[in-house]
Ligand binder design. Structure first.
Ligand SMILES: *[C@@H]1O[C@H](CO)[C@@H](O)[C@H](O)[C@H]1NC(C)=O
Length: 438
C-alpha cells in the first residue's frame, strides 16, 4: 500500500519534470520579443512572431492545466503518505519584534570598538537595526561611521549651535548638548522611524555576547509590567570580586536608573519627551517626578563595559570604578529561561524574604572576613552616614541619587564581599526613600 503511493508520487514528479524540460526546449529555438537588433534598438516583433506567440500561449495554457492536475495529485497523495502531518495544526511563529540599537556618538573615533562588538555579536540585522546618531559634526568620527556602509544607519544631529546657559554652567555646555542630542535621536527612533522600543548605548560601550539575547528576553516583561520602565545591561557595583561569577543568569529589579546600555519603550518616551531637561538627563530621570516608583531590570554581571575615559564625565570616576566593571563572557540563553520571578509582587516577596531572613552581621565581621557559613548575610544601615561609611569602606558605590543608592531595590544593595553575599539593607519595615539623602 505504502509502496504503491510512493511510486505514484515518483511517477508524478517525473511527469512534471519532463513537461518542464519540453517547455524549455520549445522556448529555446525561438527568438524572444523585444530582443536587441543590430542597431541597438529594440525591434518590434513582426506579425509572424506574434502569431507564433499566440500559438505558444495556447499550448502553455493546456500545459499549465495539466501540470496543475499533476501537482494536485502529488499533493493529495503526499498527505496520505505522511499521516503524521495530516492532522498537525500549522505552526506559524509569531513575528519577532524589531529592537533597534541606538548608538549615541559625537567626536570619539573609538566608536569603532563599540560598533565592532555590536556587529560581532548581533544575531540578525533585521531584528536589530543599528542606528548611529552623531552629534558634534566631527569629520573623523563621521568617516569611521560611514566606513560601516549599510551595516548601520548614520544619522546626524543637525543643530550644532552652542546652547546659551547660565554663566556658572558654562563648563557644563557638554551636558546640555548631550541632552539635546538624546531628545533629537530618540525622536528620530520613535517618531520618524516609528519603532516601538529601543536599546540605547553610548559610543564608549562594549557589549557582551548575550547583550541582544538579554534585551529580547526582557522585552515582554518590560511591556507587560507597568512598574518597570527600563531594562539596563549595567551593574553599578559589578566589579570583579563584587559579583558572583557563577550567577551569570541572575537578574534583579532596581529602583536606581543605571543607564549604560538600556532599553526604553515608546510609551515611556512619549511621557518623558515633552518635559525632557536641558541638561543632566540621567539624574533628572532619577528624580521621583520622573521615576514614579518604577524600577529597572539589571543583571548581576554587566552586559556592557565602558572603555572611554575622556569625554564629559570625570576621568577620576572612571579610574576608581568604571574601568574595573566585569563584562559577562558566558552566553546565557535568556529567551529560553523562565523570567516570571522578576514580576513585581513575586519578586518583592521573594527578595524581602531572602534579605530579611539572612542573619544580621556587623560591619567589622564583614570587613575582616570573619563571617561563618556560606551566607547570605545582612548588614544594616539606619542613616545616610552609616550607609556612606560602610559602602565606601567595603568598596561599593556610596552615592545616592534622589535618595536611591546605586543598584538599590527597596533600599537594599546586594553585592559580594570576600566570596559572601551581603545585603546592605535598611531596618525591616522600609517604606520609602528619603530624597534628602544624596
Ligand atoms: C515559571 O516559574 C514560576 C515560578 O517563578 C512558576 O510558577 C511557573 O510555573 C513557571 N513557568 C513555566 C512555564 O515553567
Amino acid at each position: 500500500m505504502i509502496r504503491k503511493k510512493g511510486s505514484l508520487i515518483l511517477c508524478g514528479t517525473f511527469l512534471f519534470v519532463t513537461w518542464n524540460a519540453i517547455l524549455v526546449l520549445l522556448l529555446w529555438g525561438r527568438p524572444l520579443p523585444g530582443q536587441l537588433g543590430e542597431s541597438g534598438q529594440v525591434e518590434r516583433p513582426t506579425s509572424d512572431i506574434l502569431g507564433d506567440l499566440l500559438q505558444m500561449a495556447k499550448s502553455f495554457e493546456t500545459e499549465l492545466e495539466m501540470q496543475k492536475e499533476i501537482l494536485e495529485e502529488i499533493q493529495n497523495h503526499q498527505s496520505l503518505w505522511q499521516p503524521s502531518n495530516r492532522d498537525r495544526p500549522k505552526v506559524v511563529a509569531p513575528p519577532q519584534p524589531v529592537i533597534p540599537i541606538l548608538v549615541i556618538a559625537c567626536n570619539r573615533v573609538t566608536v569603532r570598538r563599540c560598533l565592532d562588538k555590536l556587529l560581532q555579536h548581533r544575531p540578525s540585522s533585521e531584528l536589530y537595526p543599528i542606528i548611529v546618531s552623531q552629534d558634534c559634526g566631527h569629520a573623523e568620527t563621521a568617516e569611521v561611521i560611514r566606513s560601516y556602509g549599510n551595516q548601520v544607519t548614520h544619522l546626524k544631529q543637525p543643530d550644532l549651535s552652542d546652547i546659551s546657559v547660565q554663566p556658572q554652567h558654562k563648563k557644563f555646555q557638554g551636558y546640555y548638548k548631550i541632552s539635546r542630542h538624546y531628545r533629537w535621536a530618540l525622536n528620530q527612533v520613535f517618531k520618524t522611524l516609528s519603532h516601538s522600543s529601543v536599546v540605547i548605548v553610548e559610543d564608549d560601550l562594549e557589549v557582551a555576547p548575550d547583550f541582544f539575547e538579554y534585551f529580547r528576553a526582557l522585552l515582554p516583561l518590560l511591556k507587560s509590567d507597568s512598574s518597570l520602565w527600563c531594562v539596563s545591561a549595567w551593574n553599578d557595583n559589578g566589579r570583579d570580586g563584587y559579583v558572583d561569577p557563577g550567577k551569570a543568569d541572575l537578574l534583579y529589579r532596581t529602583d536606581f536608573f543605571p543607564g549604560l546600555g538600556w532599553m526604553l519603550l515608546k510609551e515611556v518616551w512619549e511621557e518623558l519627551e515633552p518635559k525632557w531637561p536641558a541638561s543632566f538627563w540621567d539624574d533628572w530621570m532619577r528624580q521621583p517626578e520622573q521615576r514614579q516608583n518604577r524600577a529597572c531590570i539589571r543583571p548581576e554581571i554587566s552586559r556592557t563595559l565602558t572603555f572611554g575615559r575622556q569625554g564629559v564625565s570625570l576621568g577620576q570616576f572612571y579610574d576608581k570604578y568604571l574601568r574595573y566593571i566585569k563584562l559577562n563572557t558566558e552566553f546565557v540563553p535568556f529567551t529560553k529561561l523562565n523570567l516570571s520571578y522578576l514580576q513585581e509582587v513575586t519578586y518583592r516577596n521573594a527578595f524581602e524574604k531572602e534579605v530579611y531572613n539572612a542573619p544580621v552581621v556587623s560591619y567589622e565581621d564583614v570587613k575582616q572576613g570573619q563571617l561563618k557559613g556560606p551566607g547570605p548575610f545582612r548588614l544594616q544601615y539606619s542613616s545616610k552616614d552609616s550607609f556612606k561609611v560602610m559602602s565606601r569602606n567595603l568598596g561599593i558605590m556610596d552615592d545616592l541619587k534622589s535618595g536611591v543608592p546605586r543598584t538599590g531595590y527597596r533600599g537594599v544593595v546586594s553585592f559580594i564581599s570576600r566570596g559572601r553575599r551581603i545585603y546592605l539593607a535598611p531596618p525591616p519595615g522600609w517604606t520609602q526613600y528619603d530624597t534628602t539623602w544624596s
